[in-house]
Write a protein that binds this ligand. Structure first.
Ligand code: NAD
Length: 486
């Protein structure tokens, strides 16, 4: 682990295996940090916090820019680690890693431009705000996009003057450790960035509960997010949650169907469906539904599922045995609730083992079916037909989630009217989700609070200080807000 600028085992020497999901074999042992190690990391981050906060923003930005360069220089190794440890297929892992410097550069650019505001208070006074860092921020990371989700939250935290303790997911610790090496090389002072590996219930819970942690950013399941918010609430930490979704992909009768089919496949097969914004509810207008499903099946016949290191692969395995079992269970539930149109089994070409599932399509899905309401987080979609826009919107909004939606529709008035009425954090029209450092990402309802990315993320990593100055030099002349003497 990386604590206070040094490499260290868990204090008691405990370790746990990390497994390659495409083969099921152990890659290596990782330190099993617990509350003692978390305490050491948070204390190191607390000690580093004051001087990091008052380091010139341009100097913090320069270190983040150097870090961005180091990510680029080490891109091949980072992509291989991500493919081996998390099951991303290598070509996709390379694309992702190539994009990561954008997040570091965006926040390096923002570091010396973010500030408070002046306020027009009555009387001869000057009133303004400072935006100050929170202090120590905790970053609890999931296994689906380990490095992207780590960098997208530590980049603003560090740029804005916070010090960080990262707890990667137990299934995918390795890229966070490699990233810590690069942080060290980039010259960030000891204690500014720390990584403690370990299990969620041990290291993760201890981090969320630590009173020295002033802000928590968590990405993962709604259930765990609720627990993290409860633990953080005990010491009134500011909490950002980016949680699950059951995102709709809606095809209107005038949609360009070739593109809509391609995006539907991306929607539930990209990253084997292990994406918070996965388009796992497919709403087809009844006029185009039969044609669309024929095209969808033909496209899925061409999908290459298999070894992440094979350059033809378009979909790798699920990230762990536990998650594989969970997705398989949902497929069995789906067979009871709806009609299986495609997939449902193991792809034949994955003979060497591993946690692979075929792209799976259920049709005739009742809107209250579990596979239509619950986040499966695998390559499974629930197809529903629609004819009335009002009913469509009511069905989509009747969900505890509200993360994201995709609309395929040529008529811009229909598209924008629908976008406005959906209770979700983002809507893409005739496009697929492309995560960007400059566009806010987050959910409505139980899909989360706060925003990752975009300037909106500033609020997740800063707190406001209001400063007022009486310019009258004499209290006698001052008045309060109502114009009355003080
Ligand atoms: P999780 O939410 O339990 O784990 C995410 C992170 O939280 C990991 O680092 C984990 O170690 C940590 N964690 C677990 N329990 C904790 C606790 N009590 N206190 C503090 N930290 C804790 O996710 P999971 O169990 O690995 O996956 C379950 C489901 O979560 C998935 O099937 C999927 O539905 C959802 N998920 C969503 C996202 C997303 O991007 N929104 C990402 C991963 C998983």
């Amino acid at each position: 682990m990386y604590i206070n600028g040094r490499w260290t085992p868990a204090h008691n020497g405990a370790t746990f295996p990390t497994v390659e999901p495409s083969t099921g074999s152990t890659i290596t042992e990782v330190p099993r940090g617990n509350a003692v190690d978390i305490d050491a990391a948070v204390r190191a981050a607390e000690r580093a916090a004051v001087s990091w906060q008052f380091t010139d923003a341009v100097a913090r930005a320069a270190m983040l820019r150097r870090l961005a360069e180091l990510v680029t220089e080490n891109a091949d190794e980072l992509a291989s680690i991500e493919a081996m440890d998390s099951g991303h297929y290598l070509a996709k892992a390379r694309e992702l890693v190539a994009a990561l410097p954008l997040w570091l550069e965006y926040w390096a650019g923002a570091a010396d431009k973010i500030g408070g505001r002046t306020i027009a208070v009555p009387g001869n006074k000057l009133s303004f705000t400072l935006l100050e860092p929170l202090g120590v921020t905790a970053h609890i990371i999931p296994w689906n996009y380990p490095l992207l989700i780590l960098i997208r939250s530590v980049a603003p935290a560090l740029a804005l003057g916070n010090t960080c303790v990262v707890k990667p997911a137990e299934d995918t610790s390795l890229s966070a450790l490699k990233f810590a090496e690069l942080v060290h090389e980039a010259g960030l002072p000891d204690g500014v960035f720390n990584v403690v590996t370990g299990y969620g219930e041990e290291a993760g819970a201890a981090l969320a509960a630590h009173p020295g942690v002033r802000g928590i950013t968590f990405t993962g399941s709604t259930e765990t997010g609720r627990e993290v918010a409860r633990l953080g609430g005990q010491h009134i930490a500011q909490v950002n949650l980016e949680l699950g979704g059951k995102s709709p992909l809606v095809v209107f009768p005038d949609a360009a169907l070739d593109d809509a089919v391609e995006v539907a496949v991306q929607g539930f097969c990209s990253r084997a469906g292990q994406v918070c914004v996965a388009g796992s509810r497919l709403f087809l207008h009844e006029e185009i539904a039969d044609r669309f499903l024929e095209m969808l099946v033909a496209r899925l016949e061409m999908a290459e599922v298999g070894d992440p290191f094979d350059e033809n692969t378009q979909m790798g395995p699920l990230a762990s045995k536990k998650h594989y079992d969970r997705v398989r269970e949902y497929i069995e539930i789906g067979k009871q609730e709806a009609r299986l149109l495609y997939g449902g089994g193991r792809p034949s070409q994955t003979a060497r083992g591993g946690f692979f599932v075929e792209p799976t399509v259920f049709v005739d899905v009742p809107k209250d079916a579990r596979i239509a309401r619950e986040e499966i987080f695998g390559p499974v979609t629930a197809v529903m037909r629609w004819s009335s826009v009002d009913d469509l919107i009511a069905t989509i909004n009747d969900s505890e989630y509200g993360l994201f939606a995709v609309l395929w529709c040529q008529d811009i008035t229909n598209a924008l009217d629908t976008a406005k009425r959906l209770q979700v954090g983002a809507v893409m029209i005739n496009d697929w989700f492309g995560e960007l450092p400059m566009a806010p990402h987050g959910g409505h309802k139980q899909s989360g609070v706060g925003r990752e990315e975009g300037l909106e993320a500033v609020h997740g990593y800063t707190q406001v200080k209001h400063i007022g100055i009486n310019l009258d030099r004499s209290l006698a002349k001052s008045t309060d807000w109502a114009g009355a003497p003080l």
